[in-house]
Design a protein around this ligand. Structure first.
Ligand SMILES: *[C@@H]1O[C@H](CO)[C@@H](O)[C@H](O)[C@H]1NC(C)=O
Ligand SMILES: *[C@@H]1O[C@H](CO)[C@@H](O)[C@H](O)[C@H]1NC(C)=O
Ligand SMILES: *[C@@H]1O[C@H](CO)[C@@H](O)[C@H](O)[C@H]1NC(C)=O
Ligand SMILES: *[C@@H]1O[C@H](CO)[C@@H](O)[C@H](O)[C@H]1NC(C)=O
Ligand SMILES: *[C@@H]1O[C@H](CO)[C@@H](O)[C@H](O)[C@H]1NC(C)=O
Ligand SMILES: *[C@@H]1O[C@H](CO)[C@@H](O)[C@H](O)[C@H]1NC(C)=O
Ligand SMILES: *[C@@H]1O[C@H](CO)[C@@H](O)[C@H](O)[C@H]1NC(C)=O
Length: 372
């Protein structure tokens, strides 16, 4: 964990090149083949009012080891605790170096209160405090990057067509990226930078073939419309309300996960030991593993998504557009949930093992979370 934290994805390249060239029977061929294709990932999350963002971050961090490199996390909710909790979670999973960006409007110290169902609990401030770490330790939310600058920096540094952006919250910073102009990081404007660097944009939002969903209407519907209706510079995959609504996950992580795991704790704080729909974890699973995961298939052959000014969306069946798809499950909802639970537990256990090993301790270090 320590090495990975210090060296970031450079370590992944070395590790991967080494494992490819040393233990494969066609070592000679792989040694001279092109650089292995690493999928670079940026997450844009509204980590705050639903814990599935935390589950999604766990999956992204756990995947960022051999084939995936997590470049940055942008937070699109203005509470300081959202950015701090994202940093804490990244640090716990061995990615303390990954930069965190946040919305430009002033940060608040808002905490979540469930005024819809009077059921769900607040978790971001608790995770931020008890697992403080990474680039934004407790008290340092204002050190976060401006989200659009962070997009421009990491995109400009990445290989062409290598970046997948997973949007699992509001789309306002992506609107800012689209509108951005040349700066010290790149002479390209936002649209041209996206066209050069982004392999795919994966959006959790909307319903398919039509719907009215929170990530599009919940913050600034006209900015969601701006992104969806103007993003023509890369392929897009949509994960709609119906994809994750009945895929319940978190129960196994809570029951069997390591006691000191921050995402396990987040699920407990938020759900009081039940489970949650899996909108964001499924979206990130597709972003990291694609159709090869075996869980998804496309729901359409052609056409594009359109969002109205009130945040409703509907598919437009135009057969000249072939690079936009909405996702459907290829397996049952129970099978998808089981696969998510497996990956959540595996990621949480790997981080706990890393902690034990790197600290040379025979007990879970620091910040005990009791036996919840
Ligand atoms: C939020 O809380 C921190 C202390 O935890 C304080 O320094 C900061 O001024 C507060 N911000 C606002 C907007 O109240
Ligand atoms: C980006 O520009 C469009 C107009 O082209 C505007 O409607 C939108 O509000 C802008 N986005 C942001 C984040 O300011
Ligand atoms: C990032 O998103 C926020 C809205 O959450 C917006 O106000 C801000 O303008 C965006 N940043 C930039 C640089 O456009
Ligand atoms: C949405 O964002 C745009 C650009 O920042 C702003 O002009 C507009 O007032 C915002 N709308 C709402 C409802 O906040
Ligand atoms: C949480 O749920 C699990 C079953 O999923 C159960 O074994 C455990 O006792 C529950 N814990 C609490 C505190 O209710
Ligand atoms: C949103 O606007 C569209 C198009 O104007 C309309 O068909 C739809 O009924 C509206 N939806 C809501 C929830 O207001
Ligand atoms: C870390 O150490 C604790 C205490 O010995 C142990 O209970 C736990 O299973 C270990 N975690 C892993 C993943 O090995």
């Amino acid at each position: 964990m320590l090495l990975r934290a210090l060296l970031g994805c450079v370590f992944l390249f070395v590790l991967r090149a080494f494992s490819l060239s040393s233990n494969s029977h066609d070592a000679v061929m792989t040694r001279f083949s092109a650089t292995p294709q690493i999928k670079n990932l940026i997450i844009d999350t509204d980590l705050f009012s639903d814990v599935d963002d935390a589950g999604a971050l766990l999956l992204a961090a756990a995947a960022s080891s051999t084939d995936v490199c997590l470049l940055a996390v942008n937070v699109n909710h203005p509470s300081s605790y959202s950015a701090l909790a994202a940093s804490a979670i990244l640090a716990h999973y061995g990615h303390a170096h990954v930069p965190v960006g946040r919305v430009r409007r002033p940060l608040t110290n808002e905490t979540f209160f469930d005024s819809w169902f009077f059921e769900l609990g607040e978790y971001a401030s608790k995770v931020a405090f008890h697992w403080s770490g990474g680039t934004l330790p407790w008290g340092h939310a204002d050190d976060a990057w401006d989200a659009v600058s962070l997009y421009r920096k990491v995109l400009s540094e990445a290989d062409d067509q290598s970046v997948t952006i997973a949007s699992i919250g509001f789309l306002e910073n992506l609107s800012g990226l689209l509108n951005s102009t040349a700066d010290g990081y790149s002479s390209l404007n936002g649209r041209a930078l996206i066209a050069a660097k982004v392999e795919e944009l994966v959006i959790m939002g909307g319903g398919y073939p039509s719907g009215y969903e929170y990530n599009f209407w919940g913050s600034n519907a006209s900015l969601a419309a701006h992104v969806v209706n103007n993003w023509d510079a890369s392929p897009i995959a949509y994960s709609g309300y119906e994809l994750g609504a009945n895929v319940r996950s978190g129960a196994r992580l809570m029951a069997e996960g390591p006691a000191a795991d921050p995402v396990r704790a987040a699920y407990i704080y938020h759900t009081y030991n039940t489970s949650r729909p899996s909108w964001d974890p499924l979206t990130v699973l597709y972003a990291t593993s694609g159709l090869a995961s075996g869980l998804f298939e496309y729901g359409n052959e052609f056409g594009y998504n359109h969002v109205t000014e009130n945040g409703s969306n509907a598919w437009v069946y135009d057969d000249s557009v072939r690079n936009q798809h909405w996702l459907k499950l290829k397996v049952t909802e129970d099978a998808a949930a089981a696969e998510l639970e497996r990956r959540l537990l595996e990621g949480a256990r790997a981080a706990a093992k890393d902690d034990n090993a790197s600290l040379g301790l025979n007990q879970v270090p620091g910040r005990h979370f009791g036996d919840l």
